[in-house]
Design a binder for this molecule. Structure first.
Ligand code: HEC
Ligand code: HEC
Length: 461
């Protein structure tokens, strides 16, 4: 006999559905400003049971994102052995009054070097005191307090039992995160993946009292190392110096490149400005082992080429095996997290929408940009590399990479890194300079109005 539901049960069912709908709507509303779309399917999930297989993948994805975020923000990979034990950078940060050397690094000086403070790591009382101007930002002791709170983005301080700064290590977030300046310039909420174009990496390393480990590696004097580091300027780093020892370009300018963003990289094949090193996870292993000097395993026989990479070949960077390995177990989630960070959308009103629409037509048509910057990835699906001649520039930086090519830069989120210029070394100060370059080099015949439309389009990406 077919059972007809009792009215009370029916009311109960309708009530439950309504309740679930409300919960789902509330959750997605709460989440929409932070993680758009994450919960939009929640109601469906609640009503239709998910298969065990689907659940496994979804739970794995969210676990990987969380683990990778922790690694990106907080892991030093054991790099304290280099930045602390060897270079003694912590002693310069603390200053002579607090057990180190020299004047120490005040928060004001740290902010001037482009270091950022994570507002969310500050207890309310400290945040309020900073806002009221009651915190002494000229005192290195305040910097040490911020380090104790894990509030200095990208730098981890270790303290001994007497409360003295005993060592420091560095994190990926140092160069590839900024803050939104919500509290004041340099203090705010983290923005992972954004290139920190304020950060003077060279000047920070040059503070270290002992540069002899770098001098020995590079086979030059400590004074030379310091000069090179101080030549880079804000927003730049030279990731290949420790391979080939090339500090200067032929024109005498520093060989450093601008810090690239580390967002919007899903779907992009080759990474870094010169690409042929490998994909995101290759480069993560490279940078954590070689540039950050973490403890791990790294294998790339291309670095044994003593003619191209004399420093790396001599140091054995092509086959590095540390024990314990603090890097390899973290690579999978770190990779996943970076691919999960979307390129941020430009703020409303930051570009002219009508001009950008005309610019889009030019980008894919007359200006010929889309043949290389293929939308919506804005790099080529496949092998996205070009010779220097193809883009009308010199081959100094490309010839430092295994394939002697430049990688077609993915263009999403360009608006976040206008400071410091465009192309690998920031040679074009503005987007109009970039468009002018293509216009003359590729004889595009763009009018001034068309150039400005293309620029508005670039600002809209
Ligand atoms: C000292 C600054 C610095 C630190 C620390 C650093 N990077 Fe980078 N990163 C750079 C620079 C500079 C480049 C460009 C290198 C080049 O093209 O030669 C780069 C390139 C990249 C790229 C390629 C981006 C693209 O557009 O293809 C990724 C991904 C990346 N870094 C991730 C990381 C991760 C993950 C870590 C931590 C393990 C890290 N970086 C640590 C400076 C840094
Ligand atoms: C032949 C392929 C090719 C074409 C065509 C091309 N680009 Fe590029 N583009 C590249 C490469 C390669 C780079 C990276 C240059 C470097 O690393 O110095 C680049 C870099 C850029 C950058 C700098 C990105 C950054 O992060 O600094 C912008 C902006 C840009 N291109 C816009 C355009 C526009 C606009 C057009 C059309 C007028 C265009 N490109 C046409 C290959 C191309």
């Amino acid at each position: 006999m077919a059972r007809t539901p009792k009215p009370r049960t029916l009311v109960g069912c309708v009530g439950l559905v309504l309740l679930l709908t409300t919960v789902a709507a509330t959750l997605s509303a709460q989440d929409s400003d932070r993680r758009p779309g994450l919960n939009s399917n929640l109601l469906m999930r609640l009503l239709l049971p998910e298969s065990a297989f689907d659940r496994l993948a979804r739970e794995n994805a969210s676990r990987m994102v969380e683990e990778g975020r922790e690694t990106f923000r907080f892991d030093t990979f054991g790099s304290e052995a280099f930045w602390g034990d060897q270079l003694k950078l912590h002693r310069a940060i603390a200053g002579a009054n607090l057990g180190g050397v020299g004047p120490g690094l005040s928060p004001k000086a740290a902010l001037a070097l482009g270091l950022k403070v994570d507002e969310e790591a500050l207890p309310v009382a400290v945040a309020t005191a900073i806002q009221r101007g009651q915190v002494n930002l000229d005192d290195p002791a305040t910097t040490l307090s911020l380090l104790k709170l894990d509030a200095v983005v990208g730098v981890k301080g270790h303290f001994d039992s007497a409360g003295r700064l005993a060592s420091v290590g560095i994190q990926c977030a140092l160069c590839h995160s900024t803050v939104d300046n919500a509290m004041t310039a340099g203090i705010g909420r983290r923005q992972d993946g954004w290139a920190n174009r304020d950060l003077n990496v060279g000047a920070i390393i040059a503070l270290a009292p002992d540069l002899s480990p770098l001098a020995t590696l590079l086979g030059v004097s400590e004074a030379t190392v310091r000069t090179v580091l101080n030549s880079w300027g804000p927003g730049k780093f030279d990731a290949e110096l420790i391979l080939d020892g090339k500090a200067m370009r032929p024109d005498g300018k520093p060989a450093a490149t601008v810090l690239p963003p580390a967002f919007g990289l899903a779907g992009v094949n080759n990474h870094t400005w010169t690409g042929a090193w490998g994909n995101v996870t290759y480069w993560n292993a490279f940078v954590a082992n070689l540039d950050m000097q973490g403890k791990g395993t790294f294998f790339d026989p291309r670095l044994n080429d003593a003619a191209k990479y004399p420093i790396a070949a001599k140091a054995g960077f092509g086959n590095k095996r540390d024990s314990p390995d603090l890097i390899t177990p973290k690579l999978a989630a770190l990779h996943f997290y970076q691919l999960a960070i979307p390129a941020p959308t430009p703020p409303a009103g930051s570009f002219n929408a009508a001009a950008a629409a005309r610019g889009q037509t030019l980008f894919s048509g007359k200006a010929g940009c889309a043949t290389c910057h293929v939308p919506p990835l804005f790099t080529e699906p496949g092998w996205n590399l070009h010779t220097a001649q193809e883009i009308g520039i010199d081959d100094f930086q490309s010839s430092r990479s295994p394939d002697n090519r430049y990688r077609t830069a993915p263009l999403k989120g360009l608006w976040t890194h206008q400071k410091g210029g465009f192309y690998h070394d920031g040679r074009f100060a503005t987007l109009l300079d970039v468009v002018n370059h293509y216009n003359s080099f590729r004889s595009l015949g763009l009018s001034e109005a068309e150039k400005s439309d293309v620029v508005e389009y670039l600002k809209s990406l």
